[in-house]
Design a protein around this ligand. Structure first.
Ligand SMILES: [Ca+2]
Ligand SMILES: [Ca+2]
Length: 220
C-alpha cells in the first residue's frame, strides 16, 4: 500500500500537465514607444493563447522585468533597442528619435510591477494588472477572459475569441462559435473552465492522499 502514494502523485502530475498543454500557454504582449531621451509610452497590451516566445537579443542594455508583491523578480526580457535605422546590408543608417518595441512574455497573475530598465536603472514603471485585470467587475481596458476571468466571461466581447463548447456564444469569433447556434444569449456562462478543472483535480488529489495515509496508519 505504501507504494500507492508516489503512484497517485505521479498520476495527478500527469493529468495536470496534460490539462495545461490542452489549454496552451497564455501570452501577453506589451507595445512601447521608447524615446532617445528615455521617455517611455506604454501604448497597449493584449493577452492571447499561443506558444513560442520571441527570442530577445543575447545582450542589450535595456530589459523589461516583472516583480511580484514582495519585490521578487518573476521574469526579465532583454529588449532589442537601438536609436538608428539599419539599412538592407546591415549597415547603420540615420538616427531616430524613438523606436517602437513589442515584448511578448508568458502571462502571470502575480505580476505586481513592471519596470523598463537601462543598465539596471529603472526608466519606466507600470502596474500590469491595472491594465490586464483590475477586478472592478467590468470587462474593460485591455482585459479579456484569459487575463481576467474575474471581470470577463468566457463569451465576453473582449477581443479574444473563445471557441470552447461552454454554452457561451462569443461575439469575437468572426468565423463562428458552435455555441452561437444553440444559444441566443452570449453572456450566459461565465465560469473559467481551466480554473475549475485544476480545483477539481487538486481536491481529488488531496482527498485521495488523505485516504491512503489513513489506511496506512490503520494497518501499522
Ligand atoms: Ca475590469
Ligand atoms: Ca471573447
Amino acid at each position: 500500500m505504501k507504494h500507492a502514494i508516489p503512484f497517485l502523485v505521479l498520476i495527478a502530475f500527469c493529468i495536470l500537465a496534460s490539462a495545461q498543454a490542452a489549454f496552451g500557454e497564455v501570452i501577453t504582449e506589451f507595445d512601447f514607444i521608447i524615446g532617445k531621451d528615455r521617455s517611455v509610452q506604454l501604448l497597449q497590451s493584449r493577452t492571447f493563447e499561443g506558444s513560442g516566445i520571441l527570442p530577445g537579443p543575447a545582450a542589450s542594455s535595456f530589459e523589461l522585468s516583472f516583480f511580484d508583491q514582495q519585490g521578487n523578480i518573476i521574469t526579465a526580457e532583454k529588449l532589442p533597442i537601438a536609436f538608428f535605422r539599419l539599412h538592407n546590408h546591415g549597415q547603420r543608417g540615420e538616427d531616430v528619435d524613438a523606436v517602437p518595441v513589442t515584448v511578448r512574455t508568458p502571462f502571470q497573475q502575480q505580476w505586481e510591477t513592471g519596470k523598463l530598465l537601462e543598465n539596471g536603472r529603472s526608466i519606466f514603471t507600470f502596474k500590469p494588472m491595472a491594465m490586464l485585470c483590475n477586478r472592478n467587475r467590468l470587462c474593460d481596458g485591455y482585459e479579456n477572459f484569459l487575463s481576467c476571468p474575474f471581470d470577463c466571461s468566457s463569451a465576453s466581447q473582449d477581443g479574444w475569441c473563445n471557441r470552447a463548447k461552454d454554452r457561451g456564444c462569443d461575439p469575437d469569433c468572426i468565423m463562428g462559435d458552435e455555441d452561437c447556434s444553440v444559444l441566443a444569449t452570449p453572456e450566459r456562462v461565465s465560469s473559467p473552465p481551466f480554473d475549475y478543472l485544476l480545483f477539481f483535480l487538486s481536491v481529488t488529489l488531496i482527498v485521495g492522499l488523505s485516504a491512503v495515509a489513513m489506511e496506512i496508519r490503520k494497518r501499522r
